[in-house]
Design a protein around this ligand. Structure first.
Ligand SMILES: NC(=O)c1ccc[n+]([C@@H]2O[C@H](COP(=O)([O-])OP(=O)(O)OC[C@H]3O[C@@H](n4cnc5c(N)ncnc54)[C@H](OP(=O)(O)O)[C@@H]3O)[C@@H](O)[C@H]2O)c1
Length: 251
């Protein structure tokens, strides 16, 4: 049986891309620790509204917002609604992301723009629009990727965007340090997920696993628990860090 805790009691968290995957698990983990969670997602998939509503019911979320991280007005509407309902945004998790696989000489400009706009510009817009609602001592947690640390195979736009997320994490940590707001990046490796299945062929997974010290794929739960640590009171002196959740992937 799941035990519940109080690490985030009374805190409000906006988790972008929380209709499924990592974001939904982060939302569940935060709710278990007492947070008010705002569910947000894009609406790319058939039945997405139902999926988001289901996650919202599970976590007791009162605010569910379809939005687009690439559009400033849309991001502003999300942050304003969250703050109006709950008073502030204590924790912002920039999780929404997409991946497009293709060799460097094949990838189109349009694909490049989609990935950079969603994964990098989206983080910039969400941080800027959440800023007026972040109290001193707040938390920003960005979801990066091991791709951004070693130039993931066949994902040039994704790797570039995620490397940018790590750099932006450091810049924002500098800017917000004087207010006691911590800014960190969680960088997952090969995690069993829909995104991994759709972007990495089984033979590549088999090739990578021998380089993972723990010899297995990670789980969304393990990513969510690391994000929880960074949001928790215990991580008050951790900022400007990129924390790998990669089983000791040797890159
Ligand atoms: N899965 C992995 O193995 C892995 C490894 C390393 C890093 N990551 C990173 O972890 C994060 C989550 O990955 P995941 O596997 O959970 O992805 P996922 O299952 O594909 O879910 C992505 C989420 O982001 C939302 N989203 C996509 N585009 C958006 C947009 N323009 N505006 C707002 N929301 C948008 C999606 O909403 P819709 O459902 O409505 O589209 C969905 O809720 C991503 O940043 C990813 O790059 C994943």
């Amino acid at each position: 049986m799941e035990t519940s805790g109080t690490q985030l009691r009374g805190k409000t968290a906006v988790v972008t891309g929380s209709s499924r995957g990592f974001g939904a698990e982060i939302a569940r983990t935060f709710a278990r620790e007492g947070a008010n969670v705002v569910i947000s997602y894009h609406r790319d998939q058939e039945g997405e509204d139902e999926l988001a509503a289901e996650v919202a019911r599970e976590v007791g979320a009162e605010v569910v917002v379809p939005f687009d991280v690439r559009e400033r007005d849309s991001v502003r509407a999300l942050m304003t609604r969250a703050a109006e309902r709950h008073g502030s945004i204590d924790v912002l998790v920039n999780n929404a992301g997409v991946n497009v696989v293709g060799d460097f000489d094949q990838i189109t400009e349009e694909q490049w723009d989609t990935v950079i706009d969603t994964n990098l510009k989206g983080v910039f817009l969400c941080c800027q629009e959440a800023l007026p609602h972040l109290p001193d001592g707040g938390r920003v947690i960005n979801i990066g990727s091991v791709s951004g640390q070693y130039g993931g195979p066949r994902t040039p736009s994704y790797a570039a965007a995620k490397a940018g997320v790590m750099a932006l994490t450091h810049c924002l940590a500098r800017f917000l340090g004087p207010r006691g707001i911590t800014v960190n990046c969680v960088s997952p490796g090969t995690i069993g997920s829909e995104m991994l299945d759709s972007t990495m062929p089984p033979e590549l997974k088999e090739k990578i696993l021998p380089n993972v010290l723990l010899g297995r794929l990670g789980t969304v739960r393990e990513v969510a628990e690391t994000v929880l640590f960074l949001a928790s009171p215990g991580a008050g002196y951790v900022t400007a860090q990129t924390i790998g959740v990669n089983g000791g992937l040797w890159v």
